[in-house]
Structures are given as structure tokens and as C-alpha cells.
Write a protein of this length. Sequence first.
Lengths: 174, 340
Amino acid sequence: MTSRAAEVQVDSEFGPLAKLYEEHAGSAYRLAYVLTGDANLAEDLVQDAFVKLIGRFAQLRRPEAFDAYLRRTIVNLSYSLLRRRRLERAYLSRERALATRSIHGIPDVEECDELWDRLHRIAPRQRAALVLRYYEDLSEAQAAEVLGCSDRSVKSLVARGLQAMRTQQGSGRR
Amino acid sequence: MTDIERELRETMRDQASQLARAPLATRALIRRARRRRAGTVAVAGAMLTAVTIGGVTLGRSFPVEGTIEPADRPQTPSTAGPARVGFIGLPPGGATPSSPISSELVLHYFGPDPAGWGKSNAWVYADGRLIVEREASIPEGANPSSTGFLEQRLTSEGVETMRTYVVSHGEPLPGEPSPSGPTLRVRQGGRLVSLDPAPGFDPERLVQAASWLPESAWEDKRLRAYVPSEFAVCYDGGRQPVAPRSIVESLPAAAADLLLNKDWVSVMDTSTGRETEVAEYCWVVGTDEALTIVGALDGAGAQRGTGAYVLDYVLEDPRQARIAFEPVLPNGDWTCSPCG
């Protein structure tokens, strides 16, 4: 365990946690926002990601790579959060036998430009690949590590994601 | 770099730079981390005792998100201390399904786990079943990341005590619960009502009810695995519309033959109010049928997910879609197990 990991484990005042948080929270929040298109969800997601990772800090294989683990956790949680939100809404629709419009959860993407809108219409893994490559500026190999797939899959996800965005452009906004 | 790549990069950076406020207060995070650590220390002590007495080495450290070993089979229980009863995925052979198959939901909580590092679910049913699924490490749980679905049995008095606790610790919500906040629903006057947890609401009362309910509230306090009779086989392909028939036809033959005759349920993404944006389809199947589908996917070499929270597969289709096997609950619903 590195001295930093040991500090996080033993310091009852969580000073190092606060330091790690201050160091990484801003960039994590922005990444979560680009992935979800929703500032409130991004905030919740970042908090969850930190709590999960801090709880497992001593067991990380490379504690010095906290930012890489954080990035991976945020990407994985973004899939989960969006899926859970869909289930929640479907449940409420069934319960109330109502049609479909959300009352207050309309995400920020609706107010943003078309490209941003299109980004949030493509498949989550394609979006994650695009965000990691063009927002985070990761190499294909680094993005592959975050996504848990091969370099080739990243290349394919990026190509398909861009193609899907182009197709949406062709068909216009629905 | 092409034009669209350049524009996309600029758009993402512009949008991110417009985030004016800080994500959240450091103090709030530390409060959660403290709570989590306190719970884990207690649980770790219990686990250590069980492991030492039973002479069993768990032999793995906590995994980081996404690198978790498959854990869809129950592990050998130790001879002392609580046995590991939870499981992820399909039930072990010979497991008896929880009965009755159906029951009315009395209350549901989804939100932060009081002792774990993530979220938890608790469902109480009219027939007395209390089912929990937690992102927490407990001796009876399926693995160090998830408990799996665990069941206890309350008396009618216990059900009413739980219901009363929730009613007295929540205010009715006029609309939907926040998508990022906790979910608290309780049956009142024949219908389920969404509540906003009031100050003082303690989720431990729901997910660890044995910590406070009197003996008279319990028909059977032991934690057992909730063994469903049915599974929802859910295809999640993102926001690009796809016809359910084409999903089925893309699966291995044995799975396709089985699902072609089944009705499907769509889980619509209603965030934009456009019904065309179907994101997810689920088919409800019996356990034997789920086994057939799993066998077909494994036989075709489909890539399994981590197996820490749910049995799922990543498909080699253009959407990199996933197929997950979610236990169907007594009220006919299912949840998103890895969505903590």
C-alpha cells in the first residue's frame, strides 16, 4: 500500500480524502456531466463514485492511479444511473397508467445545441468512447482500459458513435 | 481529425466549462464516507470471525468497479457463523423458489445503504416477505460487492410496524421522486404513494430490520436467498430504436426460439417524451427458460459481464448492447441490480 493509501485508511478526520476530493472532484463532475447531460445527475454520480472508491482505496491494485479508477467508476455508474432512471419512469408510468412525459426530470440536454443533443441520443458505450477520446483526450489504449474492452473495440465504438451522430444529423431532430 | 470530431470536442468542452457551481460540499462526502467506513469495519470483523472459525479463505480483495470476478454461483458456506446464502444470477440447482409467486407490494425503499458503500433496495410485501438487495459486504451476501437478493419473513404485525415507520417518516411527494434521490413508496389507502424521506428517517430500519424489530415482528428472521420463479431477460441497447424481433433474431437459435413466442415489455426512456426512443426490452421467462438462454449465450461464446451485481452479457452487436437476467419480484417488477 502506498503511503497515500495508508493515510486514507488511518486518518480518522478524512483529511486525505478531502484532499483527493478537492483534487479530482471538479474534473470528475465535468466528465459525469458530459456523459449524462444532466448537472444534478452528474453531482450524484460523482458523490457515489467517490464513496465507492474511497471504500475500496486500500484494495486498488494501483492506488496511485486513483484518477483512472475514478474515471472508470464514473463511466460505469453513468450507465447504471441512466438505466435506473428509465426503469423508475417506466414503473411510475405503469403505476399511474399515464403516458410518458416526465414531470421534472427533463435533462439539460434539451436546452443545448444539436450536437450535444445528438451525443446524448447514441448508445451509452459509444458515447462513453467518444467522451473518453475527445473530451478526456485519452488514447485508444487508455480508453480501452476504462471501458474494459480492446483497443479495436474502442476504435469501432468511436466510429459507430460518430456514424450514429451523422445519421441523426441526416434525419434531423425528431 | 474530421470536422465532426473537432466540433464534438469543442461542444463537450464548452458544455463542461459552463458548469458554474462546485459539484458538492466536501463535508457531505466525508459524512457519507465515515458512515460507510463505520459499517464496513463492523462487517469486516464479523467476516473475519466467520472465516477464521470456518477455516475458509475468501482469497480475494475488494474489486474495483468493473474488475470483479464472476460470482453467480453460491460459495461454500463456512461451518460456523452466518453462511453465505446470497447469489447473483440464476439460482443454484435444487433451490426452492420463494412462495407464493405473487404478493402485493407494501413498501419499497431505494437509496443509500446505511452501512455499505453504495445503494440498497428493500421491499416489503403483504404476505410478510422482506426482500433486500444491498451494495454492502455482509457474511450472508453473495459477494463482497453485493448481497444479492435476500429474504426474511415478517408477521403481519411486523409488516404493519414497517409500514407505520415509513408513513411517519415521510411526506407525500406531489410529483415523481428525484431521479437521483432516494425512492420511498408506501401503500396507503390501497395505492402506493411516493414519499419524501423526512429528517430522522433511517434507512437501516428498512434494510437491516432485524436491528430494531421485536421478536413478535418476525416469522423467520434468518436471511435466506430470495429465489425467484421468473427472470426478466432485459436487452439494453441505448437510445437507438431497435425492433424487439430483430433483437431476438440476433440471439443464438435456442434463445431466439424461446423468446420469439414471448411477449416483451418495453422500458421507454421518457426523458424527452418521445415514445420512439425505446431503450430497453425485457422478456419475462421461467427459471428453466432462463437456463436455456444462458446456455445458448454461453455456447455461442457471448462475453459475460463481471457478475458482481447481475448476470449479464455484452453482445457483439453494433450497439454493444447488454442482456441482463434480473430476478422478478413478487409484485411482478424487477430492478436494475447493477444500478447502485
